[in-house]
Design a protein around this ligand. Sequence first.
Ligand SMILES: [Zn+2]
Ligand SMILES: [Zn+2]
Length: 345
Amino acid sequence: MRAAVLRAYNDDLAIETRPEPHAEPDGVVLRVLACGVCRSDWHGWTGEHPRVKPGQVPGHEYCGEVVEAGPLARWHVGDRVVAPFILACGHCPACASGNQHVCPDQRLPGFVEPGAFAEYLAVPFAHNLARLPERMTPAAAAALGCRATTAWHALTGRADLKAGEWLAIHGTGGVGLSAMLIGKALGARVVVVDIVPEKLSHALGLGADAAVDARHCDAAAAIRDITGGGAHVSLEALGIAQTTNASIECLRPLGRHVQVGMPVGHTARMEINMNAVYMKNLALFGTRGMPSWRYPSLLALIEHGDVDFAPLIAREVALADASRELRAFGGPTPPGVAVITDFAH
Ligand SMILES: [Zn+2]
Ligand SMILES: [Zn+2]
C-alpha cells in the first residue's frame, strides 16, 4: 500500500510502499476514505510534538471502510466508520467512568503508531469507532477530525457553555471555527480573534457575532468592550502565550478559560497573568480530545441540521500534497481544513 512517511523533520514526507496492516483481535483494518491534515500533524512534522519520531506515518483524522475485523471487534466488513483520535482501552477506571480521553492505556494512530496518511490503517480498540451517518461524506467526517470533537467536548463537557453567554475564540483555524459553529448552535454569542483578515471575514460570514483583528488592538480590551464586561467563556486555540493571556484577560469575573491549543516545544511553559485568574476568580480548564461515547451526540447534532461543518473543508487533496499542506501551517493559514481523499496520487 502507499503511505506518506516522516523521514526527517521539516522535510517532505516520503511516499513509500508498505505491507498492508492486519487487524488486532479487538481491532479492524480500514481502507482510508479520507483523512484531515491538522496542526497537530504539523507539530509532529517540525519535531515539536514530544511523541512523533522519524518513521512515523501521520494522520489521526480518518474515516474509512472496514476491510478486516478482528474476532472481538463488533464491526463488519463494509461498515463505514469514523474515529476519535484517542483510542481508549475500554476497561480501566478512566474508561469505566466515561472519561476515555484520559485513558492511561490509550493508543494513538498517527502519533505513536502508523496513521492514516496511507491507503490502509489498522485501528486497535475498535469499540471507540462510530458509524458514519448515511448522509455524511467521508471528507466531511474526516474534517470533523480532532477539531470538532475537541471543540464539542471543550464547550459542553468542560466549560459548560450556556445559551446567551458570550464565547470568545482566540484563533480561527479548524478548531476555532468548529467552536464558533458549535457555540452558535448552542445559542451563545461568539466573538472571534485572529490576525488574518480573510479568516475573520470567513468567520463573520458563517455567523460569528463580532471579530477582532489582534494586529491592530489589544484583543482582550476589545472583547471586554464588545461583550459589555468580558466573555463568559474563552477558548484558546493556538497554544501560545500571547493568545492564552488574551483569553484569560478578556474574561469577565467568574469566567472560564479553556486551553484547547496544544502548548509544545518552546511554548510548553509560558508566562501567564495569574493575577487576573486570582482577581477575577477565573476557572482554567485543560482539554484534550473527547470521550468516544460522545461521538453519537455530535453526529446527531450534525445529522439534524443544527450545525453544518461543511464550510470547514477548504480543499480535498491527494496524498502527495500532504507535505505542502503541512508546510503551510508554518505561516498565516487560509481559512478551512485540507482533507486527503485521493490516496492513489
Ligand atoms: Zn482505558
Ligand atoms: Zn487533529
